[in-house]
Design a binder for this molecule. Sequence first.
Ligand code: ADP
Ligand code: AMP
Length: 219
Amino acid sequence: MSIRVVFLGSPGAGKGTQAQLLAAQYGVPQLATGDILRRNVREGTPLGLEAKRFMDAGDLVPDDVIIAMVERELTDAQGFIVDGFPRTIAQAEAFDALLARLGTPLTAVLLFEVPRDQLIERLTGRWTCPKDQSSYHVAFNPPRTPGRCDICGTELIQRSDDTLETVSRRMAVYDEQTAPLIEYYRSRGNLIPVHADRPVSDVTAEILTALSGRAGSKA
Ligand code: ADP
Ligand code: AMP
């Protein structure tokens, strides 16, 4: 049995870091809406041109745009880790409807819990690989060679929305529009909290244990 999992949590909670590691371990695709949007911005597609102003401001891209994008990108609904989606109740309802149509219900929703002061430190010190999207941190999770991606050697960049001002806006947007999903998934019996304020390998271990209780895990 494969896993169908949503990673929920504030920007900077470590969702992308864990999604990359665990997608490889479980052999399922990682679907990160932020990564897909940034790729479209880089390539100058109509979607990228539409999304850019919202992303630059730290606001959410409109629901209809995101829902249509996820429906296109979710090519294998048998197994996946979705990271950064859903971010509103409307997105969660549309995702539930899509999965119900496909007959592939979620295995679990993992809620990454990290105190706010740590989130700000994580985001303002984040370095990202523009090629494979891996995430590093100048102090907490440094690359083996300074400034270079461990996986592909590409020069790391700082995301333009990881400035203190935009990070503050993204936190407010999370509180207003995404945090209500905690109750949404809790009331459906899907939510598993994760102590994501610990070292990367400890968080991975906690997730593997939590998921092994829910799915016939391959890990
Ligand atoms: P998200 O995808 O939730 O926005 P990331 O996975 O990109 O978050 O992580 C945000 C920042 O925090 C990155 O700089 C990353 O290297 C760092 N990070 C991720 N997990 C941890 C952890 N468990 N402890 C400390 N720093 C972490
Ligand atoms: P992330 O990489 O998840 O931090 O997302 C970066 C930015 O992309 C966000 O600040 C939003 O502007 C946009 N974005 C990513 N995922 C979504 C989503 N599910 N709904 C709306 N906007 C999104």
